[in-house]
Design a protein around this ligand. Structure first.
Ligand code: TYD
Length: 427
């Protein structure tokens, strides 16, 4: 890699922060007694120092602008900082940079405590070596001081990445090359005029510029497990939204199922007409579909650096065929070895619910299919097998799925974020 220290601007470069910034600016205007503005007008507040924007864009005096900034901060620190999302592909880029030994920092004009809070909340913190921005009392620090400080603290061969002229000019003023990105809030003319050494139109182009042919970090493999009726589908949606807001490109797949071939196997398995299917045939079909899903969808997505969320995996076969159908947990695990060829989830979200409760939830939900019309003892055996396979395993995140839906979601996301932190530290 050409550069070994990568300094990123935050707003418009790592995160799409328009909503929080423009709404907080609108709020400040309203508190200043200025009516008739819309949030949209404040897009140009993203990038330059706030004090200057209030003065130049709205013609405020120095004292008025300082008051407006105080009102802005009131809303921004309460809600505005969360009205934000990480650009798609950023976590994969940061992980790849880290894998190749780069040092990474945020170099922002935002007060450092906000920048830190955002980096923590949106899962960026674990791959960062530093967050550098104006400290309390030094709000007027300009971008070149920030960039110079970051380059000094981190050492190596630095480059600044930013979306507005302030980032580029700040870097150039202290002799640091600067890549301008066009997916944020600045234009190509603006960035070239400011002295950008290179331009990236997308996060993909930025990754190519920074990484060249250096190896990319592998993605993260998550699986979800639980008894039928545990609320897995609802929680999966919340999980995927959470990950996408944090910039992950997410491949969602489910088993039985996957690509066209694996979906045909799913149809065979779940068709109520196939009542005569023997248990061994069923076990092989699940494993066959899985072999296909792993090769057609899961591995390619992991090698692209994506997050894979797989609804059910080997653990389901071990629980349902091994325990439920009494084929034996070890035998089913062995039968799946060739299918997965060593692939093990980085984390398994186990939505834990007693089988009686899961059964009663499920029966009220939809018409039973072939598997679902099995007897309660079948589910009891599957649950016991899940328990002995998953509880106490390092990869398992045990979530109490018997709580109200929002509480399950909260616990699941907290456990997942903690696990992603651990995983990021090991790329
Ligand atoms: P599905 O309709 O996808 O249910 P759910 O939303 O609960 O996942 O059906 C999947 C069914 O297949 C479910 O009852 C569990 C069962 N199953 C197995 O028996 N073995 C397996 O290996 C897998 C993946 C699923």
């Amino acid at each position: 890699m050409r550069y070994t220290t990568i300094l990123f601007d935050l707003d418009g470069t790592l995160t799409r922060s328009e909503e929080g910034i423009t709404r907080s600016a609108l709020y400040a205007c309203e508190r200043m007694g200025l009516a008739g503005h819309t949030a949209q007008e404040f897009r140009r507040f993203i990038g330059p120092p706030l004090l200057d924007s209030f003065r130049t864009v709205l013609g405020m005096s120095e004292a008025e602008a300082a008051q407006a900034v105080a009102f802005y901060r009131e809303r921004f620190s309460a809600v505005g900082w969360k009205e934000n999302e990480v650009y798609a592909g950023i976590p994969a880029l940061l992980r790849s940079l880290k894998k190749n030994g780069a040092r990474i920092a945020i170099a922002t004009g935002k007060p450092v405590e906000f920048a830190r809070r955002i980096a923590e909340h949106f899962g960026l913190a674990p791959v960062l070596d530093a967050v550098i921005g104006p400290r309390p009392g030094d709000e007027r620090a300009d971008k070149s001081e920030i960039v110079a400080r970051a380059a000094r603290e981190l050492g190596g061969v630095p480059v600044m990445v930013g979306d507005r002229r302030f980032d580029i000019e700040g870097a150039r003023a202290c002799g640091v090359p600067a890549i301008g990105v066009l997916y944020g809030y600045g234009s190509e003319e603006e960035l070239l005029a400011a002295g950008a050494t290179q331009i990236a139109r997308s996060v993909g182009e930025l990754s190519d510029l920074l990484l060249g042919d250096a190896p990319r970090a592998r993605g993260v493999f998550l699986t979800m497990e639980g008894m039928d009726g545990c609320g897995k589908t609802t929680q999966r949606e919340a999980l995927v939204d959470h990950l996408r807001a944090r910039g992950w490109e997410v491949l969602v797949t489910r088993e039985p199922g996957g690509d066209e071939i694996a979906e045909k196997i799913r149809d065979l398995l779940l068709d109520p007409q196939n009542r005569a299917m023997c248990d061994e045939c069923e076990a092989y079909l699940y494993a066959a579909g899985r072999a296909q899903n792993v090769r057609a969808l899961i591995w390619p997505a992991l090698s692209r650096g994506e997050m894979v969320v797989c609804d059910r995996f080997v653990d389901s076969s071990v629980a349902y065929q091994g325990g439920g159908r009494r084929l034996g947990a070890e035998r089913i695990a062995a039968l799946n070895e060739m299918a997965v060829d060593g692939e093990t989830p980085d984390a398994t979200i186990y939505l834990r619910m007693e089988p009686q409760q899961a059964l009663s939830r499920r029966l009220s939900a939809s018409a039973p299919d072939r598997l679902e019309s099995e007897r309660a003892e079948f589910f009891e055996r599957a649950f016991r097998t899940y328990e002995s396979r998953l509880m106490g395993q390092a990869r398992t995140l045990v979530i109490d799925a018997a709580q109200p839906i929002e509480d399950v979601t909260r616990d699941m996301l907290a456990a997942l974020d903690a696990r992603l932190c651990e995983l990021a530290a090991r790329v």
